[in-house]
Design a protein around this ligand. Sequence first.
Ligand SMILES: Nc1ncnc2c1ncn2[C@@H]1O[C@H](COP(=O)(O)OP(=O)(O)OP(=O)(O)O)[C@@H](O)[C@H]1O
Ligand SMILES: [Mg+2]
Length: 224
Amino acid sequence: MLIQTENLTRHYTIGTYVVQALRGVSLAIENGEYIAITGPSGSGKSTLMHLLGCLDLPTSGKYLLSNTDVTSLSDLELSRLRNQSIGFVFQTFNLLPRVTVMKNVELPLLYAGIDSRIRNEKIEAILERVGLAHRKTHCPNELSGGEMQRVAVARALINNPQVVFADEPTGNLDSKTGKEIMTLFNEIAQEGNTIILVTHDPNIAGYARRQIKMLDGQILEDTK
Ligand SMILES: Nc1ncnc2c1ncn2[C@@H]1O[C@H](COP(=O)(O)OP(=O)(O)OP(=O)(O)O)[C@@H](O)[C@H]1O
Ligand SMILES: [Mg+2]
């Protein structure tokens, strides 16, 4: 099992006020699944994704990622786990604006300590894979939104992660470009990658094989 959670909660305390963003989420996800987490604004989708992506820790509950108890790890171990096992794609792309496509995609390899010959091979291959070989020396501000998101997908995949998370990956794209990005996700899912995407858009969710619907910090429905 890739992901196993038991009764995950996440409370945010603001002064004396407590927001119960997640109120007991139990989930099992296997390698190779293609999942959409849906639900209205404020239902806890991003909070859940941040916990599953080891960007945040739960208030209570259990989270096992590949049988590792995530809550027992140090900050250093967590960042290593994120670098080596997890890829992220965000709505706003989150690319470094002043460096080339190649350098943006290279970052996770640098953190992982991969040597330069192998880095270059991997960069060439992944840019080819997402259809951006001809843009490798461009900077993000010279790219379209769809191209920027392809760079983000390439960066998410470059370390060959166990799971890729995407939070509203088409949220800043027009519908035609959004479809192109979803076609790319379909392809990488078909190649055996595990993908968990968060979206409020039922059309986007329809691309995934399994839908998990959230409401008020809990799972309302799971098509598994
Ligand atoms: N850092 C934070 N501090 C306080 N409250 C937060 C924080 N992050 C999220 N929340 C609250 O937790 C709840 C769940 O938020 P979350 O961002 O997970 O929702 P979401 O389903 O991703 O919504 P959206 O579709 O608008 O992105 C909301 O009530 C939100 O206001
Ligand atoms: Mg969100």
